[in-house]
Design a protein around this ligand. Structure first.
Ligand SMILES: Cc1cc2nc3c(=O)[nH]c(=O)nc-3n(C[C@H](O)[C@H](O)[C@H](O)COP(=O)(O)O)c2cc1C
Length: 365
């Protein structure tokens, strides 16, 4: 981890990258100061771009509910340098944060950037920027030929640091083909976003090729064939979490796909405690949805998450500053988390316990 840029400098550069991204991404994304789903709500092509389903109810709720979690300060302790590093997939990461997979940005507006529709360049910048900051990138999948291969190549080039997320293709041979490609690339883990069946443009029967559900038995088979940590992404109930755990999966991602699947979705942060209770320590719990700062990361860790994903802001960071933008954005999250740990008497991630936060019920939608 190269943490040679301090917080004040980081936020200045991040602000510049946001300005640059705004010029590039408008009108598809407004690059708001805080990406909360309000300005992009209700756009005609919302679900295909940066917004969420319908009027962004699920997206906005995810951000609002995180904001309702408050952090308890304790500055009476000896001086120390907080250590937010974690061990995961046999690797030491500088912080418990990853870039969530963003497969495709579909837009009616052409985006004037070397990263637009340039899957290899996009994935390489994302993976490299995250690795440089001591974090990791998860990459996505879609139906375009060669897309998935472009996503896993930079992970392979980085010694396997990163996680490809394979769509639950209806055509099983297509699914196994991608799983085998990821295994060959020796990625440190493999994920599947089982909730992709809810993405409008991928409903079975309306697109070629479609995606479809996986039964518990099929999940068990996938876990076995993966021969590396397998993660089920798109868990939003205790029932589904228990089934994922029964499949032998290494971990789950509590995620509502950024509010892209169900407009009336609960916020992922509101599911963490009950799901942790339901599955105990049998699986790693990752969470994403509305995370915008190191404070948000701290809150989810306090509720029981093992690591936290961030989606849309990484798109903005990348379009605004390339791999360096991704690096700078990760440093911003890193320093914010370190500061929270110092302010709450936490030396390590293990010290970030439930008593460090409380949830205000007033903002519940
Ligand atoms: C434009 C877009 C594309 C996405 N593509 C994928 C994908 O290919 N695979 C996947 O598992 N999740 C995908 N997601 C969901 C993200 O991985 C993540 O769950 C979500 O964006 C987290 O919410 P946040 O953006 O509020 O941080 C996508 C989200 C967006 C906004």
């Amino acid at each position: 981890m190269i943490q040679n840029i301090q917080y004040n400098d980081v936020v200045e550069v991040w602000a510049k990258h946001q300005e640059a991204a705004k010029k590039i991404l408008k009108p598809s994304c407004h690059v708001c100061k805080v990406c909360d789903g309000r300005a992009c709500a209700g756009h005609l092509t919302n679900i295909l771009e940066f917004g969420g389903k319908g009027n962004n109810g699920g997206f906005i709720n995810s951000v609002e509910r995180l904001a309702a979690i408050k952090i308890h300060m304790d500055c009476i302790h000896e001086e120390y340098d907080p250590d937010p590093s974690i061990d995961l997939f046999g690797h030491r990461f500088s912080l418990p944060v990853f870039a969530s997979p963003i497969g495709t940005i579909l837009t009616e507006h052409p985006i004037d950037s070397p990263f637009f529709n340039a899957n290899a360049a996009y994935a390489t910048a994302l993976v490299d920027g995250c690795c440089q900051a001591g974090a990791m990138a998860w990459v996505g999948d879609n139906k375009r030929p060669g897309f998935f291969e472009d996503q896993i190549k930079p992970i392979m080039d980085r010694g396997g640091i990163g996680v490809p997320t394979i769509k639950p293709w209806t055509d099983r041979s297509r699914y196994w083909q991608k799983l085998d490609a990821a295994k060959k690339a020796k990625t440190m883990a493999i994920a599947t976003d089982v909730d992709a069946i809810g993405l409008g443009y991928q409903y079975a029967g309306t697109s070629d090729p479609p995606v479809s559900t996986r039964s518990l038995d099929e999940l068990k088979e996938i876990v076995k064939r993966a021969e590396c940590p397998f993660i089920v992404k798109g868990i939003m109930s205790c029932g589904a979490a228990v089934k994922a755990a029964q499949s032998g999966a290494y971990g789950i991602v509590i995620s509502n796909h950024g509010g892209n699947i169900i407009e009336s979705s609960p916020a992922p942060c509101d599911m963490v405690e009950s799901i942790r209770k339901a599955v105990g320590d049998s699986v790693k719990i990752f969470v994403d949805g509305g995370v915008r700062s190191g404070e948000d990361v701290f809150k989810l860790l306090a509720l029981g998450a093992d690591a936290v994903g961030i989606g849309r802001p990484y798109v903005q960071a990348l379009y605004g500053g390339g791999a360096y933008g991704v690096y700078i954005y990760t440093l911003k999250i890193y320093w914010e988390l370190v500061l929270m740990m110092r302010l709450t008497n936490c030396r390590s991630i293990a010290d970030i316990t439930r008593d460090k936060v409380h949830i205000e019920e007033t903002a519940k939608r």
